[in-house]
Design a protein around this ligand. Structure first.
Ligand code: CS2
Length: 499
């Protein structure tokens, strides 16, 4: 056997990589920064940076390189990796049949660590050549109260930015100050594009930003309304957390030493509202769909895929599974998911001629079942306090209004509560990673003890749901059944437990 030489990933070594690995075939030194991206985690690198890398192969697109911004203290490692690798990293695509493809992505040509150098971040966003700021700041990053939709001004990080405008640490503080510099210097506005899983993500971003600006720089409101566009968009590609064994696999199969590659599924989708302020990359030339109304697409995706993930995340964890593929292949859970999609989500999606709902549901079962993706339930369940109000509660509320079925959406909430209560007890070795962890666990524990409704009384998550008689009458027997019989029997007997 010939030992493959191991090549460290960086610009100088690109020509040495094996031929089966696709590399940027454009001259990266000629690319200028036209996009600033905030939040350069795995998803951005598997999705928007992946599309943009393909775009940069077009000789007319040299103005659209990305400068990646890491905003959080905990993001140091990704910046260090990008520095060491000249911004290059590998996307390793894993198909269901085990086929692996590797592609080195070259679209991230700059990287800044905001906690260390906020000034450079503001200047980059104020650069006239920058026309688009994209964001993946997670569902919780938009800082609104899930029950009221109001911006949470009292958050300590927001208060800090209001008191130190020149050294902002939050996305709202940074954007506001950068926009102020643009306005003061007579530079055109730009587009700020959310790429997070929130319905009407652009509208939400605009509303939250304006709420902050009203407090921080009220004189900027009119300029922002006039000069800045906030397109809505739907983003999709399952991207698990990269594990040490993924890194080892990349080296073993392709001979690449990459400190932080991204692993993802082959499926990729991006549907964007064509609403830009000052020019945009021709992402449609590399597969994105530009439309006038993204609403039906984002609703379909978030309510089916993301909610489906949460459903499997809680049920699978309670049952003792650790990945999505393992959970969805258990017929009891796979069927429960399909019934949830058919009987509770599909009725609220509305009818649109070109929306392929049935095909999408079929493809989801396939995608979730990809045995080579190993999407950890721990990733799915983290920050559920920000996810469930966007992924599951709207479906439940719409079904309640219509008098439709709610037992499976309700089961997701009951399972979430049980999952929180059991975390860390023998046989339940998962940890709760959630900014609301303490409150969530306190209320969940009380729900299985003195007050079965305690969990639902977390108003910032559930609003007034606890006052719905029909919902409570569905929820309580499920909590009881989960405690007495466990998750498997509760799902199996669902129809008898709640008729
Ligand atoms: C997941 C998403 O975070 C989650 O709970 O549902 O990250 C999901 O994998 C992506 O949205 C897929 O496009």
């Amino acid at each position: 056997m010939i030992m493959q030489e191991i090549i460290k990933l960086n610009a100088k070594n690109l020509p040495l990589l094996p031929k089966e690995v696709a590399i940027p075939a454009y001259d990266r030194s000629k690319i200028k920064t036209g996009i600033v991206h905030i939040g350069i985690g795995g998803f951005h690198r598997a999705h928007q940076a992946f599309y943009t890398d393909q775009l940069l192969h077009n000789p007319d697109a040299t103005d659209w390189g990305i400068c990646g911004i890491a905003l959080l203290d905990t993001d140091r490692k990704i910046i260090d990796t990008l520095i060491q690798q000249d911004g290059l990293y590998t996307v390793m695509i894993t198909e269901s049949d085990g086929t692996l493809t590797a592609r080195v992505i070259g679209s991230i040509i700059g990287y800044l660590f905001a906690p260390e150098n906020p000034e450079a971040v503001l200047e980059k966003m104020a650069d006239p050549a920058v026309k688009v700021i994209t964001l993946t700041i997670t569902e919780g990053g938009y800082n609104f109260n899930s029950a009221t939709g109001e911006f949470q001004m009292e958050e300590p990080s927001i208060q800090k930015d209001l008191n130190n405008p020149e050294k902002p640490g939050t996305v709202f503080g940074c954007i506001t100050q950068a926009l102020k510099r643009r306005r003061d210097r007579g530079i055109d506005g730009l587009t700020i594009q959310s790429c997070d899983n929130i319905q009407h993500n652009g509208d939400v971003l605009q509303r939250m930003l304006l709420a902050y600006v009203k407090e921080a720089e009220p004189g900027m409101i009119d300029w922002i309304k006039r000069e800045i566009a906030f397109p809505n968009s739907m983003v999709d590609r399952i991207t698990p957390v990269t594990t040490p064994s993924d890194i080892a696999k990349l080296t073993a199969v392709f001979g690449i030493e990459d400190a932080w590659p991204v692993v993802c599924e082959p499926f990729i989708q991006w549907v964007i509202q064509d609403n830009y302020a000052n020019g945009r990359p021709a992402w449609e030339s590399v597969g994105a769909k530009l439309v006038t109304d993204v609403g039906p697409y984002e609703k379909m995706k978030i309510r089916l895929l993301n909610a489906g993930h949460s459903l499997l995340g809680f049920l699978g964890s309670l049952y003792g599974c650790s990945t999505i593929d393992e959970t969805v292949k258990i017929p009891l859970f796979g069927n429960f998911l399909r019934n949830f999609m058919d009987h509770e989500v599909t009725p609220v999606l509305g009818k649109y001629d070109d929306l392929p709902v049935e095909d999408y549901k079929d493809s989801l079962i396939q995608r979730f079942g990809n045995p080579n993706i190993k999407d950890q339930l721990s990733r799915i369940c983290l920050e559920s306090s920000a996810k469930i109000p966007k992924f599951v509660l709207p479906t439940l509320k719409e079904q309640l209004e219509k008098g439709g079925e709610i037992k499976r959406s309700t089961m997701i909430l009951a399972a979430w509560c049980r999952y929180l209560e059991l975390a860390g007890t023998p046989g339940h070795h998962y940890e709760i990673q959630d900014t609301m962890r303490v409150v969530l666990q306190e209320h969940a524990i009380a729900s299985f003890g003195r007050d079965p409704l305690a969990f639902l009384k977390i108003e910032t998550i559930f609003g007034d749901l606890v006052h719905s008689k029909r919902f409570v009458a569905t929820y309580l027997p499920l909590i009881d059944a989960l405690r007495k019989q466990g998750v498997e029997t509760t799902i199996r007997d669902l129809d008898q437990i709640v008729s």
